[in-house]
Design a protein around this ligand. Structure first.
Ligand code: SAM
Length: 256
């Protein structure tokens, strides 16, 4: 059988296992005969825990390649948004398992990709899976991965011909204002270079009010800029439009 890319999943399996075990545990405890007050309280608790398990389980299935393939749809959108005939050095910020970087290199044969990530223990991703994915995609000669911090990239100004990133900037804990992470990503792109970033760009918690974020983007003096909600570009299942899942996700793309 042909080797497949190992996507990983934006919903951590560990969290699903914990929630699944709690649901099962509370379900079993409900049957202890300790009176009707106990039974009713446990049934209510069970219902709450069951929903908090089923919701992320549904999201997991929708993101997965065996289900709704949403992760792949996000990657394809980012790749398309950089335009045709992309050449040169591209940075992928927060590579995760490196699938976006590998697919990007497959699509654009005249590019070399550097994928950076800090691969912390919070996530179920690793540099070794990134490297394996690059081999599976047969692009390992043009894609390399290195540990790095999106808040302070280890590259000089104007190093790259393009930059891509998916759902990473809001995760950068050392940056209270995630606009600084966008600015850092733009710093390493050459003038005339292209970029496409997906993140929670409509979430005030990370980027401030929409008008404030737009003002910031204008202050970057970009040659071209598009700023759109993701649901206008990708069919997102209604339940996943919840603000805590994908409802506040957007894309910015353009040219420096
Ligand atoms: C939601 S995952 C997305 C991963 C990948 N872009 C994808 O689409 O599958 C967020 C990623 O951001 C990375 N990350 C979080 N903080 C980071 C930082 N300060 N610098 C670099 N990477 C970071 C995590 O390790 C994780 O791989």
């Amino acid at each position: 059988m042909e080797a497949q890319l190992e996507y990983g999943n934006w919903i951590r399996k560990k969290n699903l296992l914990i929630l699944g075990s709690c649901t099962l545990g509370v379900g079993i405890l409900t049957f202890i005969p300790l009176g009707s007050f106990y039974r009713i309280s446990m049934i209510i608790l069970f219902a709450i825990i069951l929903v908090s398990f089923l919701f992320p389980l549904y999201a997991y299935m929708m993101f997965s390649q065996k289900g709704g393939k949403l992760q792949e749809k996000f990657y394809n959108l980012i790749i398309q948004s950089l335009g045709e005939n992309v050449k040169g050095r591209i940075i992928d910020i927060g590579s995760g398992n490196g699938v976006l970087a590998a697919k990007f290199a497959q699509r654009h044969e005249k590019t070399e990709i550097v994928g950076i990530d800090y691969w912390g223990k919070d996530w179920e991703y690793s540099k070794s899976v990134c490297e394996k994915n690059a081999q599976v995609a047969k692009v390992e000669n043009r894609v390399r991965f290195q540990k790095g911090n999106a808040a302070t990239l280890d590259f000089a100004n104007d190093t790259f011909d393009g930059a891509i990133s998916n759902l990473t900037f809001h995760e950068v804990k050392s940056a209270a204002d995630k606009k600084s992470v966008v600015q850092e990503a733009l710093r390493v792109i050459k003038s005339g270079g292209t970029f496409a970033f997906v993140d929670y760009f409509y979430d005030e918690k990370y980027y401030g009010k929409k008008l404030e974020f737009e003002k910031f983007l204008r202050s970057m003096n970009l040659a071209h800029l598009e700023y759109k909600p993701l649901r206008d570009l990708i069919a997102i299942p209604i339940l996943l439009e919840h603000p805590k899942i994908l409802g506040k996700v957007g894309i910015i793309y353009g040219k420096k």
